[in-house]
Design a binder for this molecule. Structure first.
Ligand SMILES: [Zn+2]
Length: 90
């Protein structure tokens, strides 16, 4: 499942010149953060998740739960960066 998900996510990104991985997909309406709608399982409601958190969880094979992430890069357009190595626990 993870491979499919990673592939889907990566199709919506583009590497930037300064080393970020920029999200080309949907953004939240309030703060314009990268967001992804998880594939819906039967009988479940659609669930939107922050791409930065999802990518971090996949890379670290760990659930974030209530913990917060902090972006460590500050390149142009890096508010759209979803490279998990550019995030750390806040
Ligand atoms: Zn970055």
């Amino acid at each position: 499942m993870h491979e499919d998900l990673i592939e889907t996510l990566m199709e919506k990104t583009v590497p930037s010149e300064d080393g970020c991985l920029l999200w080309l997909g949907k953004l939240t309406s309030d703060c314009l953060a990268p967001v992804f709608t998880l594939p819906r399982k039967k009988g479940e409601k659609e669930k939107q998740v922050r791409v930065s958190r999802l990518m971090w969880e996949i890379q670290n094979d760990e659930q974030l739960g209530s913990r917060r992430l902090k972006r460590t890069c500050s390149n142009a357009n890096s508010q759209y960066c979803v490279d998990p190595s550019h995030y750390e626990l806040a």
